[in-house]
Structures are given as C-alpha cells and as structure tokens.
Design a protein around this ligand. Structure first.
Ligand code: P6P
Length: 330
C-alpha cells in the first residue's frame, strides 16, 4: 500500500504523535519544496541559472535560485496560521507572519549547495521547526535562539535524480520520494537507520593543512587504510552540498565532517547551526547516529546568534566517537 505524506501525517495525528498545526507546517513546506524542485529541474530553460548580483548576510554571492527559493518559502508558508515567524540563511533578520500567537517558527536554508546549481549536481532545502514561545517577538532573533534538541521537527528535500523529502517529528526518520505524475510525496522508507560502523568518510580534503591536529590525525588514520591503526580501508565522497552528503550518510552510513578551520579563528566552522547543523543533527540522532562539534552534541549547544556557525561531525556513531575522543583527549 503506497502511503502519501498526507496519509502518513494523518495517521500520526490520529495516534497523537503530532499536532495538526505541526502537520500543516510540514505539508506546506513539502508543497513548496515541490515547487522548488520543478524550478530546479528546468535549469537554464527557466533563466534561473547564475548569480542574482546580490549578497547575503553570510557575505556570500546569492544565486538567482537562492533568492527565488527563499521568496517562495516565505510566501508559501506565511499564510497557514501555524507559524509566528520564519528565519532564513538569506535574511539578515526573521520575518514575522502576523500570527504572533502561532505555535511554531520555521527556519531554513532555502537552497543548500547553490554552488552546484550551475553544474547540475544535487542541491536541496533544509528546514527546522521550533516551538514559538509566546511573548517572544517572532520578528526578533532571540525568539529563535532555542537548542536543537528542542526542535519540534526537522527535515530536508534533496533535488537530485529523485526529489526526496526526509523528515522527523520525533518518531524516527521517514523518506518520501516525489511522484511527478501525481505531485505526491510517497513514503519509501519508514525508518531510516545509520549503521554504527562505516568505511566511508566525507570531508573537503583540500583544507587538510588548516585543520586542527586531532582532525589531521583522524583523517590520516583513515587514509592509512588496513595497514594503519584502523585496520580497514576507507572510501571518500564529497559532493559539496551538505544535504546530498548527509542524505548518503542517512541512507548507507558514513561520517560527514566540516571541521573548524585555523584560517578563521573567529569562526568555529563554516556550516550554520540553526538551519543546517541543528536540523541535520536532529535527523541523524533520530536515525541512531551521532552529531557533535567535535567536543559536544550539536543539539545541546545553546545558540547565541541566529546565523552562528559550528564545526560539524555527524553520522555513524563509532566514527563520531573516535573523532570526538581525539578532540577531547587531555
Ligand atoms: P566547500 C554549501 O555551500 C555548504 O554550505 C554545504 O552545503 C556544503 O557541505 C559546504 O558548504 C561545502 O563547502 O568549502 O567544500 O565548498
């Protein structure tokens, strides 16, 4: 029996596992991801390739699809009455919906991996749903500074050979693949699980000389293969889109890391905590993996800034434990 996203959510509402407002948020995000997927699949035919000629709060050049996806998610999620506000990688500050008493906040990276857009490599949308603490102004950053462990839900949509939506609201991790013939996201995996052990790692090896010594030690041991201290050969993958690399880890295991870089002492890492690391870490833990900043669980980090960055080590528990042990050893 094929189960659509709506049927899946309806079953969990009936079982008392999710409230209707949160289910509505997830359904609306999915509908907007479908629209983004359609645009992405058109590429140059839709005149949406290339730079928008603007920059974002991260100091990064915005691609046209970054801006289009961001606007689509803002407009497409503002009307439901379930969200008090939204925060985006592409916005300096949050956008209040006007429903100030609504129960949730939505945070997103509208198009992760946009440097891959022009070369037809998988990209995606990453989202996090936080509880809205009434009394906190949803137009201000501080309403969003909630630990990742307290997320109500998290997920991503990867625009690749298939368009696949992966999400969790605390009852494991489910995957839904888009059936373009009827516009439905169909359940294809009811419980994604990351194997504890792996032989596959994911890192941008060109930064090797800038890593801290514990990370240099860890990666050199993987490279040493079966003759080295790990006693087995490893394979490496690096797509350059977190959403695609993490999807592979959730699907077949592995360890993904973007460690802090000694070139930028003021930045603890490249990836953003609130709308990249937290949602992915929530999914990874729900799938029996682990996610740390090489020192502590990412989900336990108390945010202090909306766009703060973090070092990320996530995936198969055995490997995350090795990396964290090297960084916390006296
Ligand atoms: P690099 C994409 O820009 C991103 O934020 C993540 O999706 C990805 O994992 C990382 O940066 C890639 O960074 O330095 O390899 O280009």
């Amino acid at each position: 029996m094929t189960l659509s996203l709506k049927a899946h959510l309806t079953g969990h509402i009936r079982a008392g596992n999710i409230d209707p407002a949160l289910a509505l948020v997830l359904e609306t995000v999915a509908a907007n991801c479908l629209r983004i997927s359609t645009l992405v699949s058109k590429g140059a035919l839709a005149a949406i390739i290339g730079s928008a000629g603007t920059g974002n709060v991260q100091g990064e050049e915005q691609k046209k699809l970054d801006v289009i996806s961001n606007d689509l998610l803002l407009g497409g999620n503002a009307w439901t009455g379930a969200l008090a506000g939204m925060a985006s990688e592409e916005l300096d500050h949050p956008h209040a919906t006007g429903f100030d008493d609504a129960p949730y906040l939505l945070l997103f990276d509208p198009l992760d991996g946009s440097s891959n857009i022009d070369v037809n490599v998988s990209i995606g949308t990453i989202f996090s749903v936080l509880p809205h603490k009434t009394g906190l102004n949803p137009a201000l950053d501080e309403a969003y500074l909630i630990k990742g462990r307290d997320q109500a839900a998290a997920g991503y949509c990867v625009y690749g050979p298939q368009t696949t939506l992966v999400l969790s609201f605390g009852h494991g991790v489910q995957a839904f693949t888009l059936d373009r013939e009827n516009g439905e996201f169909v359940l294809v995996e009811a419980a994604m699980r990351i194997p504890a052990a792996t032989k596959e790692y994911s890192i941008n090896a060109s930064n090797q000389r800038h890593w801290e010594p514990p990370m240099q030690r860890y990666i050199s041991e993987l490279l040493a293969g079966k003759e080295g201290p790990r006693g087995k050969d490893f394979n490496m993958r690096w797509i350059g889109s977190m959403v695609a690399d993490v999807h592979r880890v959730l699907t077949r295991g592995g360890i993904f890391t973007y460690p802090r870089d000694r070139r930028e002492a003021d930045k603890p890492g490249k990836l953003r905590l609130m709308y990249e690391a937290n949602p992915m870490s929530y999914l990874v833990e729900q799938a029996h993996g682990k996610a740390t900043n090489a020192l502590e669980n990412i989900l336990d980090i108390q945010p202090t800034k909306l766009h703060q960055r973090v070092s990320v080590v996530l995936g198969s528990a055995e490997e995350v434990d090795v990396v964290t042990s090297y960084h916390t050893a006296g």
